[in-house]
Design a protein around this ligand. Structure first.
Ligand code: SF4
Length: 257
């Protein structure tokens, strides 16, 4: 919607749709469909700023970059994958194409994300870039749902709340339960990454410790969805009688079907 608002206001010819392509193994095909439909509708191609300028089919995923660096986090504790796959290519793009800082950067944060807006304003202003937040700040909005253009939002929103990488290294247990249920191949690679790096992705448990808990949850029909508040979701797990401790002596689920 930001892309639509900005191109309507300033003209598609003055707009760049900057994106970081993500390995098709962890970014669903429907997200790629969504991006390309929006770009087509606006009438300009997507400009991809990718890690090492790699083409889509050669892109590493979040596990490849973390295993290579032997770390899940960088510096002050932010995710290394974001830095390698998104922030660094973005900064390299700005340096190459806008050395004079002759651009404004528009973000999709909405009015409920004031904290993220404040943080982004500060970071980008310090580097000399102007930013704006049409969804949160513009009074003269012309679009309020992408469906107004006849474009369906990505199906990933069916079970996930964000169109992030599947197996997001920033996400919590509820996300990883969905990955366990829907993408066991990604769950396996995440376990391998934890083993190779020697740290857990989630702060208080390794995925192989969570696996038996997730297996019980799946067997007892706990819905794989982020559209249930965390409180309600875990209350449902407890109500189902599932032992969520990761101790070695956790009670096996006695469910027999
Ligand atoms: S969406 Fe998640 S996994 Fe993907 S780059 Fe960002 S933090 Fe990493």
């Amino acid at each position: 919607m930001v892309a639509v608002e900005v191109s309507r206001k300033f003209g598609a010819e003055n707009t760049v749709l900057l994106n970081h392509d993500i390995s098709g193994w962890v970014e669903s095909a429907d997200i790629k469909r969504f991006k390309s439909q929006v770009a087509k509708r606006i009438g300009i191609p997507i400009t991809f700023a990718n890690i090492k300028n790699l083409p889509a089919e050669e892109l590493p995923d979040q596990f490849d970059v973390t295993i290579q660096a032997q770390a899940f986090k960088v510096g002050s504790g932010s995710e290394l994958c974001t830095s390698r796959l998104k922030t660094e290519p973005f900064m390299a793009y700005l340096k190459e194409h806008h050395p004079g800082k002759d651009c404004a950067i528009y973000y999709g944060f909405d009015a409920n994300e004031q904290h993220r807006i404040q943080r982004r304003v500060g970071i980008m202003a310090q580097m000399g870039y102007k930013t704006d937040y049409p969804l949160a700040l513009w009074k003269d909005r012309t679009i309020h749902a992408i469906e107004e253009l006849g474009i369906d939002r990505p199906m990933q929103y069916g079970s996930f709340k964000h169109a992030n990488c599947i197996g997001c290294l920033k996400a919590g247990k509820q996300h990883w339960y969905i990955v366990y249920c829907e993408r066991p191949d990604i769950f396996e690679k995440a376990k391998q990454a934890e083993e190779a790096i020697g740290y857990s992705i989630i702060s208080d448990a390794y995925l192989d410790e969570l696996e038996p808990i997730f297996a019980d949850m799946k067997r007892l029909g706990i819905p794989a969805s982020e559209h249930i508040t965390s409180q309600t979701f875990w209350a449902g797990v407890r109500r189902a009688g599932i032992d969520t401790s990761t101790d070695e002596d956790r009670k096996p689920c006695e469910c027999i079907f």
